[in-house]
Design a protein around this ligand. Structure first.
Ligand code: AMP
Ligand code: MN
Ligand code: MN
Length: 337
């Protein structure tokens, strides 16, 4: 599909994380490398559904399309997407994580056989919807970036090293989704790929600094105020924190700085699971769930229409923060051993 396509669009889930952005930018680089080697003309366009956190901006060689934030949003999304003969969705296939474009993608998937307009999904989540007439989905890999890495071996000539910027994007994908090689998905294969990427010229320490040590002080103020809300429940096994609009205002932090704060309570020995509730502008509540082991937080998230992985999942509830807190904390409590 990639070899025969001439206009390729790559997109990913809303609130894109390091795996989402690393995988899409790496794939763009790999496909452009392929075109160059074969002397083919190919356009590769990136589409984001919300603004990325600025610590990921260095990964974009050129400005991506950002749906909802500029002129693009004034034309129907179908008109924008139809000219592409291949659409690749990375790091999700959940309708709820693709707001605005999911209807088009589902419809396009249904008709792909007749129209030849393909939808390729590259994902590693346990759950997904009817998006993609070609699926490269493996919940056993550490990140979508692992699949992109494997794909690069098929598209490009084996044995030749990846370009350093592509390797950096892939280490971003794998490094961020494994919590910099701390979580359960830090497999031998994850370390092996990381080794290859470092051999391709990536400086892991410099990459880490760009990703995790390049925030303004507001990020720490947000962390500080969020930690003040920490409550331990069920004999200290469940940690609950919340970020209200007031906390966001007081810290002057951007919403994108919330990423990774959910992991902090796992420092406590008794804690086996964490709930972080975030008050949204529209009155809904966004919830992140994490667990060290034993609890399947994906199963809990699914009860509320969300999803993710066994150790990291998310959901959005059409309820205010207090109501959402009551319901999710109870469901988490029931899942504790
Ligand atoms: P988050 O807590 O937002 O960092 O999400 C944790 C993991 O669950 C990530 O891999 C997300 O892509 C996934 N996830 C979050 N929300 C949803 C959802 N509504 N449906 C499916 N997967 C989700
Ligand atoms: Mn992701
Ligand atoms: Mn991922």
């Amino acid at each position: 599909m990639i070899e025969s396509a001439r206009k390729v669009l790559i997109t990913t889930h809303i609130r894109p994380d390091g795996d989402a952005i690393g995988s899409m930018t790496a794939l763009k680089g790999i496909i452009e490398d392929l075109s160059e080697r074969k002397g083919q003309e190919r356009q590769v366009q990136l589409l984001l559904l919300s603004n990325p956190s600025e610590n990921y901006m260095f990964l974009f060689a050129e400005k991506p399309w950002i749906w909802g934030s500029d002129i693009l949003s004034e034309q129907p999304i179908d008109d924008l997407l139809e000219p592409f003969d291949l659409i690749i969705v990375v790091d999700t296939s959940a309708v709820r994580q693709l707001p605005g474009i999911s209807e088009y993608l589902v419809e396009r998937t249904k008709n792909a056989e007749q129209t030849g307009k393909n939808v390729l999904v590259i994902d590693h989540h346990l759950t997904g919807d009817a998006i993609g007439n070609c699926l490269l989905v493996d919940p056993g890999v550490c990140a979508a970036g692992e699949i992109v890495f494997d794909l690069s071996g098929h598209l490009l000539k084996r044995g030749e090293p990846l370009k350093t910027d592509v390797a950096g994007a892939l280490l971003t994908a794998i490094g961020t989704d494994t919590g910099w090689f701390r979580f359960e998905n830090s497999t031998a294969r994850a370390f092996e790929i990381a080794g290859e990427l470092i051999r391709a010229g990536v400086k892991a320490d410099e990459l880490y600094q760009k990703l995790y040590q390049n925030f303004p002080p507001e990020r720490l103020m947000l962390l500080n105020l969020t930690l003040e809300t920490l409550e331990l429940q069920y004999d200290g096994r469940l940690a609950v924190m919340q970020i209200t609009k007031a906390i966001l205002e007081k810290s002057r932090a951007k919403r994108s700085y919330i990423e990774n704060i959910v992991n902090e309570p796992q420092q406590i020995g008794t804690v086996i699971a964490v709930v972080l509730l975030v008050e949204q502008e529209d009155g809904t509540t966004r919830v992140s769930l994490r667990s060290k082991n034993t609890i399947d937080v994906n199963a809990v998230a699914r009860k509320f229409g969300g999803g993710g992985h066994a150790r990291a999942a998310g959901l959005t509830l059409k309820a205010d923060l207090a109501e959402a807190r009551k319901r999710v904390v109870q469901a988490m409590g029931e899942s504790l051993p």
